[in-house]
Design a protein around this ligand. Structure first.
Ligand SMILES: N[C@@H](CCC(=O)N[C@@H](CS)C(=O)NCC(=O)O)C(=O)O
Length: 235
């Protein structure tokens, strides 16, 4: 029997014509959009911890959002959000930490305090990383984005007991992976800029990420990424 493709195991997105799920019935639900890198962070966390049966994935069509999402689930009207224990929480960085510490499954932070401190530093830097790159899509991309990828290359040099930021796969990798995925596609396609050129550790990090099912299953459609970003940033 053929292995089901990644797309086949993805539930269909709910749109303005869809009925809401049975909200606050005790089911834990992670609301995402397949194209959203912030939501992808929480989705990878859920997958890596093996919580596919404990946290139901509810994809939303952001272009044609159901009104009940804002009214009944998450007034901020953004994804990701998590319905858990009769409340709804949002913000991807908080959700990565929340899912990691409130559910079973392998921990996404090592015991080593030096590594924990470095994870905090990397996670705290992620907003600056994004701002520097997104904010310069119309400018000299090499000048502005280059130092950001150099930052990652240097960070990957800190621990040598594995290919990830802390050696082993952790929250820090999850925070950056969805964005590096998109920037790699987009900068190559639009600016012919290869983010891995001269950055062997970053190249290896991407290669190793692409061996993890929990990440592979969440990857965005590259064509959709390019179309969306061109429309948003380069029109
Ligand atoms: N700071 C938020 C950002 C989430 C976010 O901007 N999500 C986008 C999709 S990628 C969204 O829901 N946009 C809908 C809107 O702004 O109306 C997080 O980290 O979770």
């Amino acid at each position: 029997m053929a292995t089901p493709s990644i797309q086949q195991i993805r539930p269909a997105s709910l749109d303005s014509t869809s009925e809401p799920p049975a909200l606050f019935d005790g089911t834990t639900r992670l609301y995402i959009s397949y194209i959203c890198p912030f939501a992808q962070r929480a989705w990878i966390t859920r997958n890596f911890k093996g919580l596919q049966d404990k946290i139901e994935l509810v994809p939303i069509d952001l272009q044609n959002r159901p009104v009940w999402y804002k009214e009944k689930v998450y007034p901020q009207n953004k994804v990701p959000s998590l319905e858990h224990n009769n409340k709804v929480i949002g913000e991807s960085l908080d959700l990565v930490k929340y899912i990691d510490s409130n559910f079973e499954g392998p921990s996404l932070l090592p015991d080593d305090s030096e590594k924990q401190k470095f994870a905090e530093e990397l996670i705290a830097y992620s907003d600056t990383f994004l701002r520097e790159i997104y904010g310069n899509f119309k400018g000299d991309i090499e000048k502005h984005a280059g130092p950001q990828f150099d930052y990652l290359e240097k960070a990957l040099d800190k621990f040598d007991d594995g290919p990830f930021f802390l050696g082993q796969f952790s929250q820090a990798d999850i925070v950056y992976a969805p964005f590096v995925e998109r920037f790699q596609i987009l900068l190559k396609e639009v600016f012919n800029y290869d983010i891995t050129s001269g950055r062997p550790k970053l190249a290896k990090w991407i290669e190793e990420l692409n061996k993890l099912d929990s990440y592979i299953q969440t990857k965005a459609d590259p064509k959709e990424v390019v179309d969306l970003y061109k429309k948003k940033y380069l029109a």
